[in-house]
Design a protein around this ligand. Sequence first.
Ligand code: NAG
Ligand code: NAG
Ligand code: NAG
Ligand code: NAG
Ligand code: NAG
Ligand code: NAG
Length: 494
Amino acid sequence: MNIINLVLTLTIIGSTAGTNESEHRFPDDFILGAATSAYQIEGAWNVSNRGESIWDRMIHYKPQKIADRSNGDIADNSYYQYKEDIELIQQIGANAYRISLSWPRILPNGFNNSVNREGIQYYNNVIDEMLEKNITPFVTIYHWDLPQKLQDLGGWENPEISNWFVDYARVVFSEFGDRVKHWITINEPNIFCIFGYHSTDAPGLDKSGRGDYTCGHNALLTHAKTYKMYQDEFKNQQGKLGFVLSFSWVVPQNPDDPEEVAGAKLSWQFWYSWFLHPIFSNEGDYPREMKERIANYSSIQGFSRSRLPQFTENEITLVKNSADYLGFNFYTARYETKLTDYDINNVSFQHDIGMIPIDKAFTKDRCTPWAMSKAMRHINKEFIIPEFYITENGYWDVGGLNDVNRAEYYLLHLTEVTKLLNEGLNIRGYFAWSLLDNFEWSYGYTQKFGIISVNFMDPKRARTPKLSSKLITQIYKSKIVPLSFSTTINITTI
Ligand SMILES: *[C@@H]1O[C@H](CO)[C@@H](O)[C@H](O)[C@H]1NC(C)=O
Ligand SMILES: *[C@@H]1O[C@H](CO)[C@@H](O)[C@H](O)[C@H]1NC(C)=O
Ligand SMILES: *[C@@H]1O[C@H](CO)[C@@H](O)[C@H](O)[C@H]1NC(C)=O
Ligand SMILES: *[C@@H]1O[C@H](CO)[C@@H](O)[C@H](O)[C@H]1NC(C)=O
Ligand SMILES: *[C@@H]1O[C@H](CO)[C@@H](O)[C@H](O)[C@H]1NC(C)=O
Ligand SMILES: *[C@@H]1O[C@H](CO)[C@@H](O)[C@H](O)[C@H]1NC(C)=O
């Protein structure tokens, strides 16, 4: 048996558009980091008095909802290995780390009548470790892991959630706000409200066209009430509160079909303006076209009122301008086509739009930096955005250390970010998703997003940097995106 060890030099060519490297530079104070979330990395789901979350419940009772029937019981074991994670953040030259807090680890029942000191201690340790290493913490208060006890009371469909959340946020600001100055209230309500009520994600309910709109409505009010509470009670902490949505650019499958072109525009409104318009427009409230369409369909379907809840005038005012920044998450372009089985009596989010994403969106080349720019320019033009942070950007594959496609993805997307900065967009920071391979929700461990690989067969969850992390390190340390990137890779074959 012959073992052949090949050492290859690999060059990844960046954007061909710009040829002047000094235009591919980030300002000195630009935030360059990586992101994770509590349930996806922490593990330790049943230790130190942590309460049960909706993801624990769904996965333990219906493992078939997860591609590989896996769960986040241990995940990356970061509850015990957080120091190693922060060490890696430092090694890649990042100046910030985006994490999330687990609501049931801090308030096991969801309510503030019983605060779990062990949970508070854990996040104090994480935050202090970051500050010791000069890493700025960006902290998401809610990243999908609702306490099950609150789901038992209706979760995001119960308007009381805004009071429960404000009580939780008050605990969080009191405990950590002396050191944390960059907050995100809620991560991607346009994803968890749609997929949580379309059976894929927790709570795994089947209420599309109703539960999703109620969830979104309560999420907007919850965010706005939390923003107001922070201004009223914690202004002296001088922090900033943002709101994070998942974005894309919707591309019609048949660009020659005017109906489909219009459908793609409508789809963008439903997926993104649904949440942007109430917070970041002059008028506030939901986009007019969305309100009219859902009201019309609801009436045809025999509902006595629109399935999209209504804001009062006071609520419109409360929600408007309730964010210091927009967190922009981006992965890939969305290709969509007209629903073929269109049925006016089918009550669902997808039927309200009349368009459906096509599989091509997920199998085709997923590296579409142009789609990121189109979405950002559009938002910048249509809305009033005080500051942008790109709070997630990443590429999935099935694993391996020589992640050439991911490296190319980051080279092209970071080049694009410098272009947008040169155009004058007020982007303040960028976070790669993700620091580590981790538990990717309904995809389990089948999709890997990390720039650092994690061995999930190893009880110690050994972490090994991938090729893409070398590129990220070079960019983060120099604050310049190179025109091309060369590195050596070792290939061992037998
Ligand atoms: C590169 O861009 C910088 C900044 O815009 C400019 O000062 C410099 O003259 C450019 N160099 C070349 C060779 O075009
Ligand atoms: C915690 O969960 C693990 C599975 O992830 C299980 O092996 C262990 O027995 C549980 N511990 C307790 C105290 O319930
Ligand atoms: C819990 O919330 C109530 C109502 O907002 C507040 O009065 C109380 O101080 C809170 N308790 C804690 C521990 O934050
Ligand atoms: C309501 O929807 C139906 C079915 O798509 C359409 O024919 C009608 O023009 C719509 N009415 C209004 C007022 O938009
Ligand atoms: C409604 O439409 C959705 C999306 O196209 C589809 O999955 C579902 O089966 C339809 N439901 C009914 C009752 O036709
Ligand atoms: C690649 O192989 C060379 C020589 O065989 C070795 O020095 C180097 O450490 C290896 N690099 C990696 C990333 O394994």
